[in-house]
Ligand binder design. Structure first.
Ligand code: GAF
Length: 383
């Protein structure tokens, strides 16, 4: 955990609100494989990481308002609990407001509060800073006002905050990974039952590194919701609850009833779901070659079938493919920017970092950022 950041957030809270806060860490996540399968009721393979959101939270004496302070942005908003509405600016405020609104919609009463937060994952990096923020807010309010919410309830509140206040109809992967993370472990999560099996991750002489394109193309939120509705309409046509319940054979039977583009999107989801399960078996068997192949195949599908990649991500994956010490690479998260995740032999990491940073700069005249991350515990109090 980032101790400097914890200090900074704590001091910012104390200076502004003049009381002692409860400190919370809520991690971001990686996803080894299983992309865009969560909202199709399928499987994903995420893990919480040692980067995320640090929040300081405390009760407020005010009778009429609460306050939320984004320390890095130096922005503060006043929240009137009896008059909540989404902020038109569409910024970080909606993650906080959305959680409060979801509590209210469940008739859960809270008092006024103050929160200050900051983080060490860049927004738009596909590492789930939004779920981390939502989880930190709901977790903090649960502690502060003794709401007795379970972690399962809290992640649904976070997810619905994102649907109803942020406008992204996300699945449950990010909130789950951030809330339930276990140090050194990743999860095969069944997004229908919201139950997971954890896998200790030790790739021996290999490791996972992230490369951030440092771009986030604008269409990402609307394209995300579009993909979701395409999947839902094809599931309807197939008469199944979600694409997770369909096979390639089922899909073939309605091929003439859908556009070739939508057929490919649904096919991607069915195949990716299968890859996530296969990847869990490969990890269990220590078969990193197979895991790497599945990861590359996932990117192919995201690029050509599901069409949520972009030229910066494709470039990074192509660079990885040129290096025989990299077993697999793919875009991670919603897409249209953010990071690639790379399974690389440890002895190669340093030289690949230098190589890829220069190649990226030459190609796009901007810098990528490279992170090594450790798998961490989920949302919790910082003692
Ligand atoms: C985003 C969403 F928030 C997740 O629910 C998931 O769908 C992911 O994109 C794609 O796998 O992170």
């Amino acid at each position: 955990m980032n101790t400097n950041l914890i200090q900074k957030i704590k001091i910012s809270f104390q200076e502004r609100f003049k009381t002692e806060p409860l400190m919370i860490f809520s991690p971001g996540r990686i996803n080894i494989i299983g992309e865009h399968t969560d909202y199709n009721g399928g499987f994903v393979f995420p893990a919480a990481i040692n980067k995320g959101i640090i929040a300081a939270i405390g009760k407020s004496d005010s009778k009429s308002f609460s306050m939320a302070y984004a320390v890095d942005k130096e922005e503060i908003v006043t929240i009137y609990l009896n008059d909540l509405k989404p902020s038109s600016k569409g910024s970080w405020e909606n993650y906080v407001l959305g959680v409060v609104a979801e509590l209210q919609s469940r008739n859960i009463t809270i008092g006024n509060f103050n929160i200050a937060f900051g983080g060490d994952i860049p927004r738009g990096a596909g590492m789930s800073s939004s779920a981390a923020l939502e989880n930190s807010v709901v977790f903090g309010l649960n502690e502060l006002f003794d709401l007795s919410l379970s972690k399962d309830e809290m992640i649904l509140i976070s997810q619905m905050a994102e649907h109803n206040y942020v406008g992204v109809k996300c699945g449950i992967m990010d909130q789950y990974a951030s809330m339930f993370g276990i140090v050194n472990n990743a999860f095969l999560l069944d997004c229908r039952t919201v139950k997971s099996k954890s896998y200790e991750i030790d790739f021996k002489d290999h490791e996972l590194i992230l490369i951030n394109t440092n771009v986030k193309h604008n269409l990402s939120d609307s394209a995300y919701n579009d993909r979701r509705s395409v999947c839902e309409s094809i599931a309807d046509l197939l008469n199944v609850k979600a694409l997770r319940d369909a096979t390639e054979y089922d899909l073939e039977s309605i091929r003439n009833n859908v556009t070739p583009e939508n057929y490919q999107k649904a096919l991607y989801v069915i195949q990716e779901n299968d890859r996530a399960v296969k990847a869990s078996k490969a990890i269990e068997a220590g078969d990193l070659e197979l895991l790497g192949k599945l990861i590359y195949a996932s990117h192919e599908g995201l690029q050509h079938q599901y069409k949520v990649s972009c030229e910066e991500l494709d470039f990074l994956v192509d660079q990885a493919k040129l290096n025989s010490h990299i077993l697999g690479a793919r875009m991670m998260g919603g897409g249209f920017g953010g990071c690639t995740i790379n399974l690389i032999e440890k002895i190669e990491t340093e030289s690949f970092k230098v190589y890829v940073a220069e190649a990226y700069r030459n190609q796009f005249h901007k810098d990528c950022s490279i992170y090594e991350v450790a798998l961490s515990n989920g949302t919790g109090i910082i003692e």
